[in-house]
Design a protein around this ligand. Structure first.
Ligand SMILES: [Zn+2]
Ligand SMILES: [Zn+2]
Length: 390
């Protein structure tokens, strides 16, 4: 392990920041106090601070030397609507809100990196420290891009990091190409004709539509996709009916689709429409499909993945960096930044044994042991990509 000394010196302060953020979680676009916490510190470290981007987003700008080189490093600010069950002294004080994805740790590591890099002044160019709101569900990263993030703050490439409890602490993983899946949601509404359940022949039973549709949707992945392509179709909600003896008028199905490849995504949507129309016709009723593309796949560029690998190697050593991890079908709105700029999103190992609660679990807590590892990675990456040359 080759940690940056200025980061090691910040370890106690990082833990304090992290616990304060953890105790005061705020969800999508409401990260007012978190945003102030970040902006105040960035100003104190001497950065040029721009807040109010995508409502609660913050960008800290740090320049050194005459070089025009520039990159962005990104962390996320938001918590989740989960009731925390960790029982820890720094557990959430906001009922029903919890830092269950470790964004408190991500924010802390990027803040510490800003402080250390500002103190070391061992780079030439412009660094953008991007703190985005609403990573969970609401696409704060997309809103920052739409509000001109890359026009206001020109940068060549952008980098992201997420703690990964299923990998051991002291490791990193990244790969060129897709690392996280595209996140789509769908809603199917089938409208039949309600009837007395004892006189079913007088109605058009939407329950039959639901039964056939749930089965048929599973044939998209198993029968329409190339076996080496990846996709997930999950029906997660079925809503219909109120009592024993009434055939309801309507059934609503909702769920999610995950893919890596836009062609596969298009295929799934097209087949879903065909199946919905076909099953509705079969049972002589109407059905609509609303298919909404939320987050694209998170796709790393080859050159920047190599940059990330070198920086991770410099901190934890080659043997602890996995450059071919199995991608995950969870999704990440850093994907919107990677659609505009080359870059790399890495996983920071954060596991501490078999029982480590995973992300989004009510007993999850960011592993403080990896704060210095992640923050050192940011420092190494920034100084490596914006080198001071003679
Ligand atoms: Zn999450
Ligand atoms: Zn997250």
């Amino acid at each position: 392990m080759n940690l940056v000394p200025e980061i090691v010196a910040l370890d106690a302060e990082m833990r304090d920041w992290r616990h304060r953020l953890h105790a005061n979680p705020e969800t999508a676009f409401e990260e007012e106090a978190t945003s102030r916490f970040v902006a105040e510190r960035l100003r104190a470290f001497g950065l040029d601070v721009h807040d109010g981007i995508a409502k609660t987003g913050v960008v800290g700008v740090l320049r050194n030397g005459a070089s025009n080189a520039s990159i962005g490093l990104r962390a996320d600010l938001d918590a989740l609507p989960i009731h925390e069950e960790s029982g820890l002294p720094h557990a959430s004080r906001n009922a029903g809100r919890m830092h269950a994805c470790g964004h408190d740790g991500h924010t802390t590591m990027l803040l510490a990196a800003a402080k250390a890099i500002a103190a070391r002044r061992n780079f030439a160019g412009t660094l953008h420290f991007i703190f985005q709101p609403a990573e969970e569900n609401e696409g704060g990263g997309r809103v920052m891009v739409e509000e001109g993030l890359f026009d206001r703050f020109p940068m060549r490439a952008v980098y992201g990091m997420h703690n990964w409890p299923r990998m051991a602490a002291g490791t990193f993983a990244m790969r060129a190409g897709p690392l996280m899946g595209a996140y789509d949601v769908f809603e199917i509404v089938a409208t039949g004709k309600g009837a007395h359940a004892a006189m079913a022949y007088q109605g058009k039973d939407p329950m039959l539509f639901a039964a056939h549709a749930i089965n048929a949707l599973q044939t998209i992945v198993s029968r329409n996709l190339h076996p080496l392509e990846a996709g997930v179709v999950s029906v997660t909600q079925v809503h219909a009916g109120d009592t024993w003896n009434v055939i309801p008028e309507q059934v609503v199905l909702r769920g999610t689709v995950r893919t890596f490849d836009p062609d596969v995504q298009n295929l799934v949507e097209r087949r879903m429409q065909t199946l919905v129309d076909g099953i509705a016709a079969m049972f002589e009723m109407r059905a609509t499909l609303r298919y909404e593309r939320r987050y694209p796949a998170t796709v790393n560029s080859a050159d920047e993945t190599e940059c990330a690998r070198r920086a991770a190697d410099a901190v934890v050593g080659t043997g602890n960096v996995d450059t071919n991890p199995t991608p995950d079908m969870a999704s990440e709105d850093f994907a919107f930044m990677l659609q505009k700029k080359p870059g790399c999103y890495v996983w920071l190992g954060a596991g501490h044994g078999d029982g480590t609660p995973n992300l989004h679990n009510p007993r999850y807590d960011f592993n403080d042991e990896v704060l210095a590892i992640g923050a050192s990675y940011w420092v190494r990456l920034a100084e490596q990509e914006l080198p001071v040359t003679a």
